[in-house]
Design a protein around this ligand. Structure first.
Ligand code: ZN
Length: 64
């Protein structure tokens, strides 16, 4: 279970999953607010979250 960092909406299924270097990446699009975010897992532990910024570049959130 993942939570949207913008509105707190709970998401169960990622829209996309892939492997990036040592990380397992899960990409979500929130159906509630329409924004996307990506979770980066290392060995099953959430390390950080990437979200889009106003300039179109990704912004980094620290893991919980
Ligand atoms: Zn949301």
């Amino acid at each position: 279970m993942s939570k949207c960092p913008f509105c707190g909406f709970e998401l169960v299924t990622p829209s996309k999953e892939w492997r990036y270097s040592v990380f397992d990446v899960k990409s979500f699009r929130c159906p509630n607010c329409g924004r996307w975010f990506r979770e980066y897992y290392y060995r099953g532990v959430l390390k950080f979250i990437l979200v889009p910024s106003e300039k179109g570049r990704a912004r980094k959130f620290e893991g919980r």
